[in-house]
Design a protein around this ligand. Structure first.
Ligand SMILES: Cc1cc2nc3c(=O)[nH]c(=O)nc-3n(C[C@H](O)[C@H](O)[C@H](O)COP(=O)(O)O)c2cc1C
Length: 404
């Protein structure tokens, strides 16, 4: 996980969304980051430093002129050790000061002294956000490389609807992870991941589907983003939230997924087919809802598009993708079937998972997989969280790209 051992300076300013910063702080600590919190004086009117200090197990800095235990100046030491400076929530006032280069409190002084990447999550009243002064300040900070996440639309503290809510914490974490990983082993690499189980309509209200949750594919998209890749996620319907920093394409059927993948094939360096694509679809989807009858119902099915087969055919002339990764979900003869699929589909890496085990495969948080590559020794990974499986797969992809 990219946040493990990273030094995150979390600046907290005086906005009503501050209570959400406590959750952000907790999640950063849980992800293994060393978090130093700086609060503005206004922020301390909303919450005390206590929750941040308790969660980080470190003193919270507020006062620039506080006598220090050692002789190091807080704004200099924090600015130099930071791998990333995050300001969440960021008030209109602090954004304006950052744009001007003011250094009138510990947070703005630290920001001015730091060369670490800056992630800003604004939260304010919709009119404050829309004001030309704020918009110009945001543009100026963006042009200097600051990463803005949010604000989101929705109900504001005033009771009005509008743009000004703090971005979801998952998105702020996504922006921090993407920023930290931007120079990672997949920097500049374009990766397309497919995820989820396709749905083949029977009638307007029913479909043939499968039990894929999409978790493996979404984990791959997140992990690729954290390693610096530009990611497109072609997703069949899932219950999962969109992945921050990833271009999302929503599809439903195997035919739609086939079209989405083939249209983008020449633009991507890596294709990872983690979706569970239907092999068959109803030959005729009924226009109206099928009525219950006294007798049984016979359905005629036809083959769907073979996406990996089509990719294998198109690859030699396109010269893209440089690396193709397939997944094989099997309930019997795992390795025999996986080896056969690897050769038939001409993939560079095949991830074989036994979906019959209760702790591996569809719907669960963990996976037990074997990695197969032509001419290479098979590698059986232990039971791992899907995100760690994703990281291992992508490390192999990075090695394959390098070996080209
Ligand atoms: C109850 C209350 C809620 C506020 N909420 C916000 C807010 O959500 N966003 C914002 O930009 N300012 C908000 N303000 C105004 C800021 O607190 C004010 O501009 C302050 O000077 C910000 O200081 P700081 O940027 O140093 O933290 C609020 C003020 C009050 C009294």
């Amino acid at each position: 996980m990219i946040l493990q051992g990273k030094n995150v300076v979390l600046g907290v300013t005086g906005g009503i969304a501050i209570y959400k910063a406590v959750d952000l702080c907790s999640k950063l600590v849980q992800a293994g980051a060393n978090v130093d919190v700086i609060m503005t004086e206004a922020a301390t009117h909303f919450v005390t430093p206590l929750p941040f200090q308790t969660l980080t197990k470190r003193p919270v800095s507020v006062d620039m002129f506080q006598l220090l235990r050692d002789t190091e100046m807080a704004h200099i030491s924090l600015s130099k050790k930071a791998d990333v400076l995050v300001i969440a929530p960021a008030t209109a006032n602090t954004i304006a000061k950052l744009a001007l280069g003011l250094a009138d409190n510990l947070l703005t002084s630290t920001a001015l002294a730091s060369r670490a990447p800056l992630v800003i999550a604004p939260a304010m009243d919709a009119d404050m956000w829309a004001h030309p002064a704020t918009q110009q300040n945001v543009q100026l900070l963006r042009s200097r490389g600051a990463v803005f996440v949010g604000p989101a639309r929705g109900r504001l503290a005033s009771g009005r609807m509008g743009q000004g809510r703090l971005a979801p914490i998952e998105d702020i974490l996504g922006a921090i992870r993407q920023t930290l990983g931007s120079k990672g082993p997949l920097a500049g690499v374009r990766v397309l991941v497919t995820a989820g189980g396709t749905q083949e309509p029977l009638d307007p209200v029913r479909h043939i589907g499968n039990r894929s949750s999409g978790k493996m594919g979404y984990a791959l998209a997140e992990a690729a983003r954290d390693m610096g890749a530009q990611v497109i996620l072609v997703s069949a319907p899932t219950c999962l939230a969109p992945v921050f920093g990833v271009e999302m394409l929503h599809v439903r059927t195997a035919a739609e997924m086939h079209r989405a993948v083939m249209e983008r094939l020449s633009q991507v360096d890596v294709l990872i087919m983690a979706a569970a694509v239907a092999d068959y679809r109803p030959k005729h989807a009924a226009v109206q809802k099928i009525k219950k009858g006294a007798k049984g119902l016979v359905l005629e099915l036809e083959r769907t598009e073979d996406i990996l087969g089509a990719v294998a055919k198109a690859r030699p002339s396109l010269g893209k993708p440089r690396v193709v990764v397939g997944f094989a979900a099997e309930t019997e003869d795992l390795l025999k079937n996986a080896r056969e699929k690897m050769h038939r589909k001409k993939v560079d890496l095949l991830v074989a998972n036994d979906v019959s085990a209760p702790d591996s495969g569809f719907g669960v948080e963990t996976n037990r997989v074997v990695l197969l590559a032509p001419g290479k020794k098979e590698e059986a990974l232990p039971l791992l969280p899907k995100f760690e499986v994703a990281e291992r797969v992508l490390s192999k992809v990075a090695a394959l790209l390098e070996a080209e």
